[in-house]
Design a protein around this ligand. Structure first.
Ligand code: GSH
Length: 224
């Protein structure tokens, strides 16, 4: 089904926005992308206009008509409740708890400490240089990836994707974080299950269209 009326405040390299792009694509929901440049002019997320939409000064924000929904996980659950098919969460409570736990290992544990504003604060307040900031990012992604690898490997509920054979909310969180890991050149050898699921997802059109380099605001030659 295709529904008009969604506007996504987006940034090509935002992994939280990337999650929502995947979710919208998986559901076949069309949307208009409204890029918020996170770096130019000190970051458009800090402008008064954008703060009126999202006081957290973070992307993504989703406009559904007049209604603003923020927080990527809340947005994905909102989409799932308003457009149930295909589902991003399993039908059973235990399955939903597992998928949310996988998703939150990315969104609550790994992602916030590697966010742009954290890296900027490390630089401005503690003089952390580029190599130190890259080390920081790799370290915290590795901590969460170690947990995720254990949660996913040898678990009967893991299938072709994070939960069974249908891609869903956990995959929409894993893939963007895996993209971040590639960007920071984290060694991925210790995470064969994550790599396998990333490869499976990357073969799907919904994920390919959501990829940073496929976004309208991506620079022509996207930086590494
Ligand atoms: N918990 C939020 C996190 C959103 C977030 O951190 N977005 C990043 C981009 S991935 C951002 O806007 N960063 C801007 C900044 O750090 O100033 C969500 O899941 O939506």
């Amino acid at each position: 089904m295709t529904t008009m009326g969604f506007v996504l405040y987006d940034y090509w390299r935002s992994s939280a926005a990337y999650r929502v792009r995947i979710a919208l694509n998986l559901k076949g929901l069309s949307y208009a992308s409204r890029p918020v440049h996170l770096v130019r002019d000190g970051g458009e997320q800090h402008s008064a206009d954008y703060q009126a939409i999202n006081p957290s000064q973070l992307v993504p924000s989703l406009l559904d008509g007049e209604r603003v929904v923020t927080q990527s996980l809340a947005i994905m659950e909102y989409l799932d409740e308003t457009h149930p098919e295909p589902a991003l969460l399993p039908a059973d409570a235990r399955g939903r708890a597992r998928v949310r736990a996988l998703a939150m290992t990315v969104s609550s544990d790994a992602h916030p400490i590697g966010n742009l504003r954290v890296l900027q604060y490390l630089q401005s307040t503690f003089n952390a240089d580029e190599l130190q900031r890259a080390d920081w990012s790799r370290h915290w992604i590795a901590v969460s990836f170690t947990a995720l690898e254990t949660m996913l490997a040898n678990n009967a509920a893991t299938g072709r994707y994070c939960h069974g054979d249908v891609p869903g909310m956990a995959d929409a969180c894993l893939v963007p974080q895996f993209y971040n890991a590639l960007r920071w050149k984290l060694s991925l050898e210790p995470y064969p299950t994550l790599q396998r699921i990333y490869d499976e997802c990357s073969a799907l059109e919904a994920f390919r269209r959501a990829a940073p380099e496929a976004q309208p605001d991506a620079p022509a030659a996207a930086p590494a």
